[in-house]
Design a protein around this ligand. Structure first.
Ligand SMILES: *[C@@H]1O[C@H](CO)[C@@H](O)[C@H](O)[C@H]1NC(C)=O
Ligand SMILES: *[C@@H]1O[C@H](CO)[C@@H](O)[C@H](O)[C@H]1NC(C)=O
Ligand SMILES: *[C@@H]1O[C@H](CO)[C@@H](O)[C@H](O)[C@H]1NC(C)=O
Ligand SMILES: *[C@@H]1O[C@H](CO)[C@@H](O)[C@H](O)[C@H]1NC(C)=O
Ligand SMILES: *[C@@H]1O[C@H](CO)[C@@H](O)[C@H](O)[C@H]1NC(C)=O
Ligand SMILES: *[C@@H]1O[C@H](CO)[C@@H](O)[C@H](O)[C@H]1NC(C)=O
Ligand SMILES: *[C@@H]1O[C@H](CO)[C@@H](O)[C@H](O)[C@H]1NC(C)=O
Ligand SMILES: *[C@@H]1O[C@H](CO)[C@@H](O)[C@H](O)[C@H]1NC(C)=O
Ligand SMILES: *[C@@H]1O[C@H](CO)[C@@H](O)[C@H](O)[C@H]1NC(C)=O
Ligand SMILES: *[C@@H]1O[C@H](CO)[C@@H](O)[C@H](O)[C@H]1NC(C)=O
Ligand SMILES: *[C@@H]1O[C@H](CO)[C@@H](O)[C@H](O)[C@H]1NC(C)=O
Ligand SMILES: *[C@@H]1O[C@H](CO)[C@@H](O)[C@H](O)[C@H]1NC(C)=O
Length: 394
């Protein structure tokens, strides 16, 4: 997957598209100001009807608009969404108003808290500019998008604008048993320059137990994915950021995920480290949180650590993961607190690529043996047999 972030003029095309919908009004000012350019990855910009590489100006051809409005709902069969089954209700969200809800939050709000079924919120292609909260009272929700390059929830709060990093998430999930499939979570606040404070900008905070993410995208810079607490599963996901971009105190298994750093490029030979993949937040021996990455890739720009010890018992392992040369040769950082070296658990096993050379690693980094690695190599790390279902269920 190309890590290259491209610079396309998308705002005008986006406004043109949204002008044909009934969802423009409150967002118009927002859309004019927002600078998505640095954060929309190449894959996303290939969306034909939202982004345009070539059209730098607003469309004025009235036929375009007519064509759009007459065909826009044609993809919906008359019986969509399907009726409830014994175990599932389906709610439909479409930003053009082709089905029940035009915003994701409206669909969540409409779920009856007494429901004992799983609610599948089916979300059509498009970019949903909204801040979304899944409250603790609404477990068993699934967000089903149409692909992480074509369906996204986007907002731009920062630590400063939202009373702290923890509340900056474009999406915040407090409920248990949350599932997301084929959708992206983005925070498009400006990418902070060196030394800027208060610019942390979370794309999603996952604070409920037993959450699963399949084929999802997570886009931001500093603090993209707040993997806050509970047991979580990520498969086939794309995760982009710069500093501490997977952080929190959850116990999580990342399988076959593509991790992309957008930290600033560093000249060869320069002694600069400008990012970190993880900042795992395990604070004590009594907790059992930690992040395990298996069969992942790490690439992109900058020179970054695999992790830094946000809390003294920070626990992170990378297994069978390919790492490009953006990984700093020392690998890990103790948050400038050497007392943490005794309690941190940072391990690597069977990794490949220029960044996986462990010769110059910090002394507290461990090369795991087979026995140690086996604790992290499969989903039993997150007690999956108790809760994780396969992709096709729910
Ligand atoms: C988010 O975007 C809006 C519209 O451009 C802007 O007014 C607001 O300041 C931005 N918020 C942050 C925290 O950058
Ligand atoms: C769903 O519930 C109905 C009525 O209780 C029952 O007749 C039917 O067998 C159930 N279907 C399934 C698939 O469990
Ligand atoms: C969706 O709209 C249909 C038809 O207007 C209605 O029958 C149904 O109850 C609505 N569903 C929800 C979840 O609001
Ligand atoms: C929620 O469901 C309960 C039980 O079926 C019902 O009594 C109540 O009216 C529903 N509430 C709303 C707001 O629909
Ligand atoms: C949510 O789903 C879990 C697992 O299927 C189930 O145990 C639980 O009762 C459900 N909760 C509600 C409120 O429906
Ligand atoms: C956040 O607020 C602090 C204190 O007001 C200020 O110094 C800093 O520049 C702000 N950061 C951003 C990104 O606006
Ligand atoms: C949805 O995600 C699954 C699991 O990662 C993947 O196999 C599938 O190709 C994705 N579908 C779309 C339409 O993106
Ligand atoms: C080591 O990683 C390779 C892929 O790079 C994988 O094919 C192999 O199964 C892994 N070996 C173990 C013991 O996990
Ligand atoms: C690993 O790094 C050391 C120190 O830079 C170097 O001497 C060695 O050749 C490297 N090994 C490989 C396989 O690249
Ligand atoms: C693996 O490492 C652990 C911890 O250092 C050690 O106790 C164990 O004997 C090792 N096992 C093997 C098979 O080397
Ligand atoms: C996962 O690994 C553990 C430890 O090696 C092993 O006991 C267990 O059978 C494995 N589970 C699965 C589902 O492969
Ligand atoms: C990782 O890849 C290897 C080799 O393809 C495969 O055998 C193993 O099951 C994979 N592990 C996970 C957790 O996906």
């Amino acid at each position: 997957m190309s890590p290259k972030v491209i610079y396309v003029s998308i705002v005008f095309a986006l406004i043109a598209y949204l002008a044909t919908t009934n969802f423009l009004t409150p967002y118009q000012h927002y859309l004019k100001c927002i600078n998505l350019q640095n954060l929309i990855p190449q894959t996303f910009s290939s969306l034909p009807f939202i982004f345009s590489h070539t059209h730098r100006h607003r469309h004025h051809d009235p036929n375009d608009q007519k064509k759009t409005t007459t065909t826009i709902c044609d993809d919906f069969p008359p019986d969509f969404p399907p009726p409830d089954t014994n175990t599932t209700s389906t709610f439909c969200v479409d930003s053009n108003g082709c089905c029940n809800f035009t915003s994701i939050q409206a669909a969540i709000d409409a779920i009856n808290v007494t429901s004992t079924k799983r609610t599948v919120i089916w979300i059509n292609n498009g970019i949903y500019f909204e801040k979304v909260i899944v409250p603790k009272t609404k477990p068993n929700i699934t967000f089903q998008g149409q692909g992480y390059t074509s369906t996204a929830i986007v907002w731009n709060d920062t630590a400063n604008s939202s009373h702290g990093t923890f509340y900056s998430g474009s999406v915040q999930v407090f409920a248990a048993n949350f599932i997301a499939k084929n959708i992206s979570f983005m925070n498009v606040a400006p990418i902070p320059g060196p030394g800027i404070v208060g610019a942390q900008a979370v794309a999603i905070r996952i604070a409920g137990d037993q959450a699963a993410f399949w084929g999802c995208g997570f886009f931001g810079a500093q603090d993209t994915l707040h993997d806050d607490r509970g047991r979580h599963y990520f498969k086939d996901c794309y995760i982009q950021g710069s500093i501490d971009f997977i952080f929190g105190n959850a116990k999580s298994f990342y399988e076959n995920c593509h991790i992309t750093s957008i930290a600033g490029p560093v000249a060869p030979g320069a002694k600069v480290i400008d990012g970190s993949v993880t900042a795992q937040g395990r604070a004590s021996k009594d907790e059992n949180s930690g992040f395990a990455f298996v069969n992942c890739t790490i690439g992109g720009t900058g020179r970054i650590w695999l992790g830094r010890a946000w809390r003294p018992f920070s626990t992170v392992v990378f297994l069978s993961t390919s790492m490009s040369d953006i990984i700093a040769s020392e690998g890990w950082n103790d948050f400038n607190d050497p007392t943490r070296d005794q309690t941190i658990f940072y391990g690597e096993y069977n990794c490949t690529g220029d960044g996986a050379n462990t010769t110059l690693r910090v002394p507290y980094a461990q090369k795991l043996n087979d026995t140690q690695a086996s604790l992290f190599l499969n989903v039993s790390f997150i007690d999956a047999d108790q809760w994780l279902q396969s992709y096709n269920l729910n």
